[in-house]
Design a protein around this ligand. Structure first.
Ligand code: ZN
Length: 379
């Protein structure tokens, strides 16, 4: 067991997170897949459950402070979501479940669990601001980054990262918040929340036009006072570790340094992993270690260490938990006692692991070219 005084990383988790049940995997029109045995919905409980089990089995829990989440109040949720939407989700759950918008299925218990997920994000923010821990990972579900003010979308009910940012601003006086969203899908709900707002600098790195297909384009770069403070970086399928790390070095880190945030939040969907069912971005655990390390470094440089990483998507039951463990190990500054399973080592021999491919190079150059009009550091 690690000495209590050395534990500086919090983990938000609660068994009740496993009780949100989106049902079976269905087609966008709600019908079952024809001719095949029904499967659990993409966003079922197993990824988070298996991740928590892996964290515990690995021995890394000894280096983490467990932070029990509290329930977010309706007032806290309505800092972003409309009261009409919140009431609609509650009613839907009382009636036994349904779709909270566009592809955001809920069951009878989901309203409480979604409030506990949002509350987990707030708990993590409170823990870093009160020095209970220096940084934190919130292993929460349902995810949040697609949820817009008046609608659930893409498996997301309440936008946890948006609520975390608003909480940091309203309760703790945060003035410049960076959100890095490395989920393979564009964080359209987060983009909506802060599109006119230079108090939040939002980066979304995602597979080009995956979901939502009309959101996350390079040219969607904020409005009014927030012009240039939404930074969308669409990358081609197959980009891999090398492209992501080049993007951090050449664009994301210089812009963060110019902005000098007082808090860093990460929307961490591990659906950019090489074995994900819904994404094709080919990241290995090494990329997640490196990106986390860079976020810790920038939080230490600018924000007195304050870093909160929130679980978003991720659909590989086998590899996803290892990707998330890599993040948590890096946060905790300690490696798990279990080695990574050998079958996964061979995937790092793929070219995209060490070389930026031509289509990824073109996409990164286009992003730098576009955003240098707002950020001199890129010039
Ligand atoms: Zn996703």
């Amino acid at each position: 067991m690690a000495e209590e005084a050395t534990i500086r990383t919090g983990l938000v988790f609660d068994e009740r997170y496993l009780q949100h049940n989106p049902g079976l995997k269905v087609l966008p029109n709600g019908e079952a897949y024809p001719w095949v045995e029904p499967e659990l919905h993409w966003s079922n409980h197993r990824l988070v459950q298996r991740t928590k089990q892996l964290i515990d089995l690995s021995g890394i829990s000894a280096y983490l402070k467990l932070l029990p989440p509290r329930m977010a109040s309706l007032e806290e949720i309505e800092r972003f979501h409309t009261p009409g939407y919140v009431a609609r989700v509650e009613r839907l759950c009382i009636e036994g479940g349904g779709d909270a918008g566009q592809g955001a299925p809920v069951n009878a218990g989901s309203f409480e669990v979604a409030r506990l997920a949002a509350g987990g994000a707030l708990t993590a923010v409170e823990a870093v601001y009160t020095d209970e821990v220096r940084r934190a990972f919130a292993l929460i579900r349902p995810p949040g980054h697609h949820a817009v003010a008046n609608l659930g979308m893409g498996f997301c009910v309440f936008n946890n990262v948006v609520l975390a940012a608003l909480h940091a601003r309203e309760v703790f006086g945060a003035e410049r918040i960076v959100i890095v969203d490395w989920d393979v899908h564009n964080g359209n709900g987060t983009q909506q929340a802060f599109y006119n707002d230079r108090g939040v600098l939002f980066f979304s790195i995602h597979q080009d036009r995956l979901y939502p297909s009309d959101s996350g384009l390079l040219e969607q770069d904020g409005e009014g006072d927030g012009k240039g403070f939404t930074v969308n970086i669409p990358l081609p399928a197959g980009s891999g570790d090398a492209a992501y790390l080049a993007l951090f070095d050449e664009l994301i880190l210089p812009v963060i340094d110019a902005y000098e945030p007082d808090l860093i939040l990460v929307s961490a969907g591990q659906d950019a992993s090489i074995m994900d069912q819904l994404g094709r971005m080919c990241l290995t655990t090494e990329a997640y270690r490196r990106m986390t390390s860079l976020m810790i470094n920038r939080a230490e440089r600018h924000a007195l260490g304050k870093l909160v990483i929130l679980q978003e998507g991720g659909y590989s039951e086998t590899y996803g938990p290892y990707a998330t463990l890599a993040i948590i190990e890096t946060l905790a500054g300690s490696h798990a006692e279990l080695p990574e399973p050998l079958p996964y080592e061979r995937i790092v021999a793929q070219p995209h692991h060490s070389e930026v491919g031509p289509s990824a190079r073109t996409a990164i150059d286009a992003a730098i070219e576009h955003y240098k009009q707002y950020w001199d550091t890129l010039g």
